[in-house]
Design a protein around this ligand. Structure first.
Ligand code: SAM
Length: 278
C-alpha cells in the first residue's frame, strides 16, 4: 500500500483540513445515522478512502465490527477488494444470533457487492491463524477492546500479517490509554510511525468520535514474522485469561447495567478523558 498516495488523496475527500471540515460525500453522515455504531462520519470517509487506495492484491482487516457501521462505509465503491472483519460479539450485550443477524442485515444493505468475510471470535486468537487471510493486510482498522494491553497487542499481533508497507488506523486514539499503548509499543518495535492524529475535541465528537490516529508500518529489512517472547506471553495472557474474565464481566454487565455505568465512571474516566474532560 502506497501510504503517501493515500494521505495525498484525502485532499479529494474533504473540502479543507479533515480535522475541521465535513467530508464532501454525504454518504458517510447518512451511514452514521442509519447504522448503529461508534464511528463518526469523518472516520468513515477516511476508512473508505483507505480501502480505495489499497491495491487489489492486499486485504483490509477490521477488528471490532459491532453492527457494521465502519465496515459498511469502508466497502463503498470498493467491490472486488477483500475485507475481513473480526468480532467476538461480546461487548454491549451483543450476544449470539441476534447481534449477528443485525450486523448481517446492515451488511446486506450496504455491502452487498463486496467480498466480506466475517470471522467470529477473539481477534488475539484469530490473528495468529495464518490460514484465515490469504493476502498481506494493506489496511488495518482496530476498534476492538480498549485497554492498555489490548491496544498494545492490537499492533503487536497484527504486525506479522501486514504488507511490507501498511496503513494502520486506530479508533478512540484520543484516549490517554490508547496513546500510552502506542508509546510503549513504538519504543520497542522498529518500522512504525504515527503519521496523522485526527483527535476529538471532546468525547463523542460528531466528526471524529473519540479520535482516529493513522500509523504507518514499513517492514524493516530482515525483520521476522514471529512475535517476540514477551509479546507472545502478553498475547497468551490476553487470549487465555483476560478473555475469560471479559466474558464473565460482560455477562454481569448485561445483568446489572446500572452498576456497570457507575463502575465505569470511576474506573475508566481518567484513561478515557478527552479535552475538557481531563
Ligand atoms: C466500539 S465497537 C466497534 C464499533 C464499530 N467499528 C462501529 O463502527 O460502530 C467494539 C467491538 O469490538 C468487539 N470486540 C472487543 N474485543 C474483541 C476481541 N478481542 N475480538 C473481537 N472483537 C472484539 C466488541 O464485541 C464490539 O462489538
Amino acid at each position: 500500500m502506497n501510504t503517501a498516495k493515500f494521505f495525498d488523496q484525502l485532499a479529494d475527500v474533504f473540502p479543507g483540513d479533515p480535522q475541521t471540515t465535513d467530508p464532501l460525500d454525504a454518504r458517510w453522515a447518512q451511514i452514521a445515522t442509519d447504522v448503529a455504531g461508534y464511528t463518526g462520519p469523518n472516520e468513515l470517509a477516511v476508512l473508505q478512502a483507505a480501502a480505495a487506495a489499497m491495491p487489489d492484491d492486499e486485504a483490509y482487516l477490521e477488528v471490532g465490527t459491532f453492527k457494521g457501521r465502519s465496515l459498511c462505509a469502508a466497502v463503498q465503491d470498493n467491490a472486488g477488494k477483500d475485507f475481513y472483519a473480526m468480532e467476538n460479539f461480546l461487548e454491549f450485550g451483543m450476544q449470539g444470533l441476534q447481534a449477528r443477524a443485525e450486523l448481517e442485515a446492515n451488511l446486506g444493505k450496504y455491502a452487498g457487492q463486496a467480498n466480506v468475510v466475517l470471522l467470529e471470535g477473539d481477534c488475539f486468537k484469530l490473528m495468529t491463524d495464518r490460514t484465515l487471510i490469504d493476502k498481506p493486510v494493506g489496511v488495518y482498522f482496530y476498534d476492538g477492546e480498549h485497554t492498555l494491553i489490548s491496544h498494545y497487542l492490537a499492533l503487536a499481533v497484527v504486525e506479522p500479517l501486514l504488507a511490507d508497507e501498511a496503513l494502520v488506523l486506530i479508533d478512540d486514539a484520543s484516549w490517554p490509554v490508547v496513546q500510552k499503548a502506542h508509546r510503549l509499543f513504538l519504543a520497542k518495535h522498529p518500522g512504525w510511525t504515527i503519521e496523522r492524529t485526527w483527535d476529538a475535541a471532546h468525547a463523542d465528537d460528531p466528526r471524529w468520535s473519540n479520535g482516529l490516529h493513522a500509523l504507518v508500518f514499513r517492514r524493516p529489512a530482515g525483520t521476522g514474522r514471529a512475535l517476540s517472547k514477551r509479546d507472545e506471553a502478553l498475547r497468551l495472557y490476553q487470549a487465555r485469561i483476560q478473555d475469560r474474565v471479559n466474558t464473565v464481566a460482560w455477562k454481569a454487565v448485561n445483568k446489572f447495567p446500572g452498576l456497570f455505568r457507575a463502575g465505569a465512571k470511576v474506573f475508566l474516566s481518567r484513561s478515557r478523558a478527552i479535552g475538557e474532560d481531563k
